[in-house]
Design a protein around this ligand. Structure first.
Ligand code: SF4
Length: 530
């Protein structure tokens, strides 16, 4: 079977191609089980091995499924046509589970299923074909755009959904009986047998029951030198553009004791740890934890920091842990616009963080901004430029060799957030504002990186669209903008309609999942000053 040369646009492609046995030989922690008497599950990451192996969600699912004695779970990636463990194609597995956390990865679903010998649309699958299931943050918020590909979609966290779903899946019931039984479980959406009642997201109440960390280590991945450990899930802040609250609330923490046990295991594999969570700097014991890690001889990186929670001591600890780069996300340039999005950090917080980073001997500071945010105007862009220049001036004043980099992404309204009804700025507006930023900063020694505007609009469609999107995805001959445009035209996708502002009484494509509309509407009104 041929492997399609498609990866999600905008992401780095793969490491040099190796035979699967060599890939496996470079791994530590691979779980190889005999298939005899066991139920095989293919765990699919819809992008390259190189990207997928740094995804903690995939690693956790792999460990979780293989924890069951009667299940054998094997990994499949876009660029590996057969499973890593036993080199079997997808159609050998009675259950295929996709982990989807990024909308543009949806575009790779047809290639994976077709190359695996599995019928693309759920309604056309025969009785003897695998059951194809999906979960992940973007699916929890809006399963509609991919629903036609899947028999089952999980609305919630695997740790609580799997224990109820697996006995049905492994049973001797036929396909129809299994799907009907699954449709009655909490947190499960079976498009074919949906009752019409919105599905309530399921979440793990006690995070401590399931420590989440790397299971398979390989040098052939983005974070190949790190052992990843989840320190928290959910977020207590209410940024109005952000999906984390809808997909992962409430905020929960792993305790110091449990984290230290995982660290002891982890440093047996890697001397550096990647601490993962939406706002790691706000873990209640973060400074104590980092101090302990240093005493144990471990280095570390933190996946996320919040500008107003950085202290001098925390930066010192992070620097001693070996980090030389610090990322801060002001998201918007002006105080006014940060209030609209409820970011909760001030210009002083951002500049103070830059100052601390310079004194902590960081070599790179990355600032993350969005453009096209609700109510944004050219003055907000001027403020963004001025804030960046103030940061640059702080670096200059201290004679630091630190480089300042800006990462600019178009705002994409996400289902489940207070901004879900809003539209996306036009490509012309986004392009013009991006040019303003580049023109003002690129010649000043600030590197400006930006996400593709056309691909961001495709991502916007996949975030807010309905099940028609799946038919457009299926029509694409390859993953390219021209192929997308052709497929969208052919299947009647009305880009303007999906990406324009909607009234709050519109029936939403994601009506199959519960959400607190009153809260979302009141937050939207608050943002818009109504
Ligand atoms: S942007 Fe960060 S701080 Fe804000 S809600 Fe999302 S995860 Fe939390």
């Amino acid at each position: 079977m041929s492997v399609p040369a498609v990866v999600t646009p905008g992401v780095r492609a793969s490491v040099p191609k190796r035979p699967i046995r060599e890939i496996r030989a470079r791994e530590q922690g691979t779980i190889i089980k005999d298939w005899g008497g066991r139920y095989p599950v293919a765990l699919v990451y819809p992008n390259t091995y190189h990207l997928g192996m740094s995804n903690l969600g995939l690693q956790v699912l792999y460990g979780l499924l293989n924890h069951y004695g009667d299940i054998v779970a094997e990994r499949v990636f876009l660029d590996l046509p057969e499973s890593v463990e036993s080199e079997k194609p997808l159609f050998y597995f009675p259950l295929i589970a996709f982990t989807l956390s990024y909308e543009l990865d949806y575009l790779n679903i047809p290639a994976i299923l077709k190359n695996g010998g599995v019928t693309l649309f759920a309604t056309e699958r025969g009785d003897d074909e695998p059951i194809v299931i999906a979960g992940g943050a973007s699916v929890m918020a809006n399963p509609a755009p991919v629903a036609p590909f899947f028999d089952v979609l999980c609305i919630g966290e695997a740790e609580v959904i799997l224990p109820e779903a697996l006995p049905i899946l492994v049973s001797s019931l036929n396909r129809e009986q299994k799907l009907k039984a699954l449709a009655n479980l909490p947190g499960i959406y079976v498009p074919l047998y949906w009752s019409g009642e919105p599905i309530k997201r399921q979440y793990l109440r006690d995070l401590e029951m399931f420590p989440a960390h790397s299971v398979v280590l390989t040098p052939d991945t983005e974070f190949g030198r790190l052992y990843l450990i989840e320190v928290e899930r959910g977020c207590c802040f209410g940024c109005r553009f952000c999906l984390v609250r809808q997909a992962f609330s409430p905020m929960r923490f792993h305790s110091m004791e449990s984290l230290l046990v995982q660290v002891k295991d982890g440093i047996g594999y890697r001397r550096r740890l990647g601490l993962i969570g939406p706002v790691v700097s706000n873990h209640p014991h973060i400074e104590d934890l980092l101090t302990c890690l240093l005493e144990m001889g471990a280095g570390f990186s933190l996946s996320s920091l919040r500008a107003n929670s950085l202290t001098e001591n925390l930066i010192k600890l992070i620097a001693r842990g070996g980090a030389r780069s610090l990322a801060i996300a002001p998201e918007a340039g002006s105080e006014r616009l940060r209030q609209v999005i409820n970011k909760g950090i001030t210009e002083d917080d951002v500049l103070r963080s830059i100052d601390l980073a310079i004194r902590g001997d960081m070599r790179q500071i990355k600032l993350y901004f969005m453009i096209g945010l609700p109510t944004e105007n050219d003055e907000d862009i001027t403020s963004l430029i001025n804030l960046s220049l103030k940061g640059l001036s702080l670096i200059g004043k201290q004679g630091s060799p630190c480089r300042l980099t800006l990462n600019i992404a178009p705002f994409i309204p996400k289902a489940g957030t207070p901004f879900q009804w809003l539209g996306m700025a036009s490509p012309e507006t986004l392009g013009r504002r991006l040019q303003m930023i580049k023109k003002a900063l690129s010649g000043r020694g600030i590197q400006v990186r930006s996400d593709s505007i056309p691909w961001s609009r495709v991502q916007g469609l996949l975030s807010k669209g309905d099940s028609k999107l799946a038919y457009a995805i299926a029509e694409m001959s390859n993953v390219s903008l021209s192929s997308w445009q052709e497929a969208a035209n052919k299947t009647g996708i009305d880009e303007q309609e999906v990406l324009k502002e909607w009234t709050t009484d519109k029936e939403l494509p994601w009506r199959m999942v519960t959400q607190d509309n009153n809260f979302l509407v009141s937050e939207l009104k608050c943002a818009l000053g109504e």
